[in-house]
Design a binder for this molecule. Structure first.
Ligand SMILES: Nc1ncnc2c1ncn2[C@@H]1O[C@H](COP(=O)(O)OP(=O)(O)O)[C@@H](O)[C@H]1O
Ligand SMILES: Nc1ccn([C@H]2C[C@H](O)[C@@H](COP(=O)(O)OP(=O)(O)O)O2)c(=O)n1
Length: 229
């Protein structure tokens, strides 16, 4: 029997730096990457594009079950995500898709439809998985669990700069409110709420650079995965 792949999870609220840090750490280690939030964003984006109400449990779950998605990168290493043959990586990064993702993510049948798809990412030599419930629900046996957070003001500021850099519209006051609302919804839903796993290492990145966070995660990984890294 092949041993289970090594798994490192990074959970936390919006704008804490999960995606950036997960990608950097996965690149450093040469491991696979699971951006679980992208799956929920894709479900929301597909529902919005097909005029399916985001609270329609049966139809959003059907979208989640049949999601035809492919993850890749262009020649410059930039993320590319195809849904039904169309490249949608930019479209799913809007706050509208993020808010929609948080809504469909509260539907148990949508979450259930995505469990096996997410677990299938755990392949040798290892996986870095980022999201809200990676360490609590999807990979409870993960060897290293990180909970990455930062102050609400800092997270809104980061998201504002990120959206502007991408040429996507953003308003700081509106973003702060949207992020607060998303945090509240993600943390208060009955199923797989956003919370640190009991055995998670908490990193507050409010006053840390991206490099410092990556270095800390790699340091913990070297301790927890001796011989693998
Ligand atoms: N420690 C940090 N200091 C400053 N900016 C950061 C830090 N971590 C992430 N960022 C920036 O904040 C934005 C949001 O990061 P991202 O990784 O998308 O967060 P998340 O996946 O948690 O929503 C990105 O533009 C990223 O470059
Ligand atoms: N494992 C996950 C990942 C994301 N979600 C939901 C909750 C989040 O508000 C949305 C969007 O997630 P995403 O990680 O892309 O969002 P941020 O980049 O952190 O703003 O999806 C979830 O419920 N469980």
């Amino acid at each position: 029997m092949t041993p289970p792949a090594a798994v490192l999870t990074i959970d936390g609220p919006s704008g804490s730096g999960k995606g950036t840090v997960a990608r950097r750490v996965a690149d450093e280690l040469g491991w696979h990457l699971l951006d679980s939030g992208a799956l929920y964003r894709l479900v929301a984006y597909a529902a919005l594009s097909r005029s399916v109400p985001l609270d329609d449990e049966a139809r959003t779950a059907e979208i989640a079950r049949t999601l035809a998605v492919r993850f890749g990168a262009d020649a410059g290493g930039n993320e590319q995500i195809w849904l039904d043959g169309s490249e949608v990586s930019r479209e799913i990064r809007t706050e509208r898709a993020g808010d929609g993702a948080s809504r469909v993510a509260a539907i148990p049948a949508v979450r259930a439809a995505l469990v096996a798809r997410q677990r299938a990412f755990a392949q040798a030599p290892g996986l870095v998985a980022d999201g809200r419930d990676m360490g609590t629900v999807i990979f409870p046996e993960a060897t290293l669990k990180i909970y990455l957070t930062a102050s609400a003001e800092e997270r809104a500021r980061r998201r504002y700069n990120q959206l502007k850099d991408k040429g996507l519209g953003a308003n700081l006051a509106a973003l702060s409110q949207e992020i607060a609302e998303r945090d509240r919804r993600d943390a208060s839903r009955p199923i797989a709420p956003l919370r640190p796993a009991d055995d998670a290492q908490i990193i507050d990145s409010t006053s840390m650079s991206i490099d410092a966070v990556v270095a800390r995660v790699l340091e913990l990984a070297a301790e927890r995965f001796p011989g693998k890294i």
